[in-house]
Write a protein of this length. Sequence first.
Length: 125
Amino acid sequence: MRRNSAEHEPKFNGYTGCSAPAYLSANAAFSPRAPFSHPDWLFEIKWDGFRSLLYSDSDCVRLVSRNGNVFKSFPGLCEGLARDLKARRCVLDGEIVSLGSNGKPQSRDLLFRRAEPRFIAFDLL
């Protein structure tokens, strides 16, 4: 994570429902020049979802894209996360995903809202 300068702070498209900080941005993934393996490196599953920062405080939970847009199409997910987090103030870096019955990511189900979305947290910021 990197701190944005004041001129580059996301505006959340006019959304003011939470008082959580608005100065973080998700790190973008990058492709290495060639495949490699090393004992000092851990590798993560490719979830094929929507990268998101989760902002939680006593008011609500909001999911925000890398571009600073609030994901408004997942109100049920936000309500469930708010219940689970019990008004704890935190910022989580993660991904909104949809999983099939076999536990594997299903990007088309997420894209067309055909399955229950889940939030996979990578880091507590």
